[in-house]
Design a protein around this ligand. Structure first.
Ligand SMILES: Nc1ncnc2c1ncn2[C@@H]1O[C@H](COP(=O)(O)OP(=O)(O)OP(=O)(O)O)[C@@H](O)[C@H]1O
Ligand SMILES: [Mg+2]
Length: 286
């Protein structure tokens, strides 16, 4: 099982949208995936079309991690039923450890080490997924640090704007410090640029700046500004299930980005169980 945090210390740059896009690509590829919605605003939970019943949200699981029993408390994404109707290939497992304002009690700057491992403990009981995506809140408080503690990789999201590029640089530095202090094996999966407008000279300038700053950490492809994005998310739809050429192109972008967590993952780390499992799951069909 490979665990990936989607983070940025700046708000509104597209963390949740990237989490949803990757989850959509994983569902389409038949990669059994769990999304952990750590943001107290729970936008990913809404976008994934989850209908929580009486199950515990992730905040309550974190409160008592040893008794969390995540298998009983994750809920299937509403996207799965549509994927089944469309007879998409693969195993079609996309579950959500859903978010709620309750997680907010952990979003403090002063969490102790024993609190930072709460998510590690919850995920230690999780089986049956090849990929876990953690949607983080826009801060470096307790929740993001818990997410990093539990992750194999951190994917950073940036917009091609001055403040976002500067914020990404700060996030990189924070990640380096965190790695030194707590998690020597944590890998930076790279920086993905979101909302890129090829026709904007400011965006092209910032993209060149990011290439200089982040080198090969800047991932390809970049994600274009998408006119109907809010409509798709508002309908709690998967980008792969939305009709039209622009959604098809966005879906193809996320298919490519997902490969950074499958194919190229092998190049960045020693061959390990998680990548082997991903490759296995990705080739599953029927
Ligand atoms: N590529 C895109 N094209 C068009 N709109 C986008 C794109 N990416 C994100 N958005 C929109 O920008 C807004 C912010 O995106 P999102 O919620 O994913 O950011 P976030 O980083 O998760 O925010 P927060 O820090 O509040 O959690 C949303 O309304 C989303 O629909
Ligand atoms: Mg968000």
């Amino acid at each position: 099982m490979q665990v990936v945090s989607i983070s940025s210390l700046k708000g509104g740059v597209g963390k949740t949208s990237v989490t949803l896009g990757l989850a959509s690509a994983a569902l389409a590829a038949g990669i059994p995936t769990l999304v952990v919605d750590l943001d107290p605003h729970a936008d990913a939970t809404t976008g994934l079309g989850v209908r929580p019943s009486r199950q515990d949200d992730i905040g309550r699981m974190l409160r008592n991690p040893r008794r969390a029993d995540p298998a009983s408390h994750v809920a299937p994404s509403g996207w799965v039923a549509t994927a089944k109707q469309e007879h998409s290939p693969g195993r079609q497992v996309l579950d959500v450890a859903f978010g709620s304002a309750y997680t907010g009690i952990y979003d403090r700057p002063d969490l102790r080490r024993r609190d930072l491992v709460r998510l590690v403990k919850v995920l230690s009981d999780v089986t049956g997924y090849a990929l876990v995506l953690i949607d983080c809140p826009p801060s470096l408080n307790g929740l993001t640090r818990m997410a990093w503690m539990a992750s194999d990789r951190v994917l950073l999201v940036a917009e091609p704007s001055l403040f976002s590029v500067a914020g990404t640089e700060r996030t990189m530095r924070a990640l380096d410090l965190f790695r030194e202090e707590f998690a020597p094996d944590l890998v930076t999966a790279g920086v993905v640029a979101n909302r890129v407008r090829a026709g904007s000279s400011e965006h092209m300038y910032r993209m060149a700046e990011m290439r200089t700053m982040f080198g090969e950490q800047l991932l390809e492809p970049t994600i274009a500004e998408q006119a109907n994005w809010q409509q798709i998310q508002g309908a709690a739809h998967s980008i792969h299930q939305w009709p039209g050429e622009s959604a098809r192109q966005a879906a193809a972008t996320f298919d490519e980005l997902l490969k950074h967590f499958t194919d190229s993952g092998r190049r960045r780390r020693q061959p390990a169980q998680p990548e082997a499992k991903l490759a296995e799951a990705g080739s599953t069909s029927g």
